[in-house]
Ligand binder design. Structure first.
Ligand code: IPE
Ligand code: IPE
Ligand code: MG
Length: 241
């Protein structure tokens, strides 16, 4: 299915003056990609999930070490049941296939979101992949699965209250530690494929000071040259006197 890569070498890191520390990708357009080819939406998701490996390799080559992927939003439960079930099946396959690669390549998998309502078999696979890669620190891959930004912020507030933290000590730094992304740092660049410019509840706290880049390219076609264009845009945005 996916190609096996043994190393993740930052080869192109020198190409850009500014390399974002943490990028977020809203992987949109699988359905439209499939429709253009007369394929089912699920085929689009299959090609989309296969493209994750290519995109991660591209990020690593440019020296990007923290990547957040929007895999499934809390709003995505509203899709037809067949599509959701088929998509979960694909995710389970990718986790099975990639966990050992991640373990070897020094990729730490982090999950942002809730596993409530997720089929137990898939939830266990996510938890197992997170546990197996816990000691890695070369690359951080944050998977936003059953994730919603407002839900994340509410959860942090609830936990701060539950921990009885005095109001005067609730700083941005403290709040950050209560988010799923604790320790990952701000999102410097958010890429949305598929041409839409909606924010779709994607890490509002973490991306507050970031650069937003939208490309019409559908997710299954997003490759290293697309990432280069996004990084060119990012460099133009941050290189201000
Ligand atoms: C993104 O592609 C994948 C998920 C949200 C799971 P879409 O399925 O949203 O594709 P389009 O936007 O309908 O083309
Ligand atoms: C955003 O895509 C969510 C993911 C990429 C997982 P959607 O297609 O679900 O988002 P909306 O409906 O355009 O907000
Ligand atoms: Mg979409």
């Amino acid at each position: 299915m996916l190609e096996l890569h043994k190393t993740l070498e930052p080869m192109r890191a020198a190409e850009f003056r500014f390399v974002p520390h943490h990028i977020g990708i809203m992987m949109d357009g699988n359905g439209r990609w499939a429709r253009q080819r007369g394929l089912s939406r699920l085929e689009g998701h299959r090609h989309g999930t296969q493209n994750v490996r290519r995109a991660l390799d591209a990020c690593a080559q440019f020296g990007i070490r923290v990547v957040t992927l929007y895999v499934f939003s809390t709003e995505n439960w509203g899709r037809p049941r067949d599509e959701v079930e088929g998509f979960f099946e694909l995710l389970a396959q990718v986790i099975d296939y990639e966990t050992e690669n991640f373990r070897r390549q020094g990729v730490r998998l982090i999950h942002s979101g809730s596993l409530d309502g997720v089929p137990p078999v898939l939830a266990e696979k996510v938890e197992r992949a997170v546990a197996l890669t816990h000691g890695n620190d070369a690359y951080l891959l944050n998977v936003a699965f059953n994730y919603g930004g407002r839900m994340e912020i509410l959860r942090a507030a609830q936990n701060i209250v539950a921990d009885q933290i005095p109001a005067a000590t609730v700083t941005e730094e403290l709040f950050d530690r209560y988010l799923y992304t604790a320790g990952l740092g701000d999102m410097d660049l958010v890429i949305r494929t598929g041409g839409d410019q909606r924010l779709s509840n994607f890490f509002p706290w973490q991306s507050a000071r970031g650069v937003f880049y939208s490309t019409k390219t559908f997710w299954p076609d997003f490759d290293v040259s697309e990432l280069r264009r996004a990084l060119e845009f990012y460099n133009r945005c941050v290189d201000v006197p």
